[in-house]
Design a protein around this ligand. Structure first.
Ligand SMILES: [Zn+2]
Length: 124
């Protein structure tokens, strides 16, 4: 395999402006492989950022998948899955209304030990 020739050169990072050493490589046919535009630290930062963005997208997809799975497995009829008690007509279901009217459905944010959220009392 033919060896490549190189010239060591100083490059100014296009991101942070800091000077760094890199090589320009020459192929046997005379063509060149240029230097990096960004210093090692900036390239590493860029890599981390890209990875983080990929993971964020993956996390969103996973959450969506999980929600769909829960929706599938909860056996709740579709007509009820988005219902709240906002428009609940107590006169039509007086017995059910008596049972649920005093239950605390809301989470108590930060009310628990060490500032943890407390689930609705009806669920514990
Ligand atoms: Zn840089």
């Amino acid at each position: 395999m033919p060896t490549l020739n190189k010239i060591e050169t100083e490059v100014k990072c296009s991101e942070c402006g800091q000077a760094f050493q890199d090589n320009i490589w020459f192929r046997p046919d005379g063509s060149q492989v240029g230097t990096y535009k960004k210093c090692f630290a900036c390239r590493e930062k860029e890599r981390q950022l890209n990875k983080e963005q990929e993971l964020q997208v993956k996390l969103k997809e996973t959450i969506q998948d999980q929600l769909l799975k829960w929706d599938d497995e909860c056996s709740m009829p579709a007509g009820f899955s988005c219902k709240t008690f906002k428009d609940f007509d107590a006169k039509l279901q007086p017995k059910a209304f008596q049972v649920v009217k005093n239950l605390k459905w809301k989470w108590q944010d930060g009310e628990g030990i060490n500032g943890k959220d407390v689930p609705p009392k009806s669920l514990v």
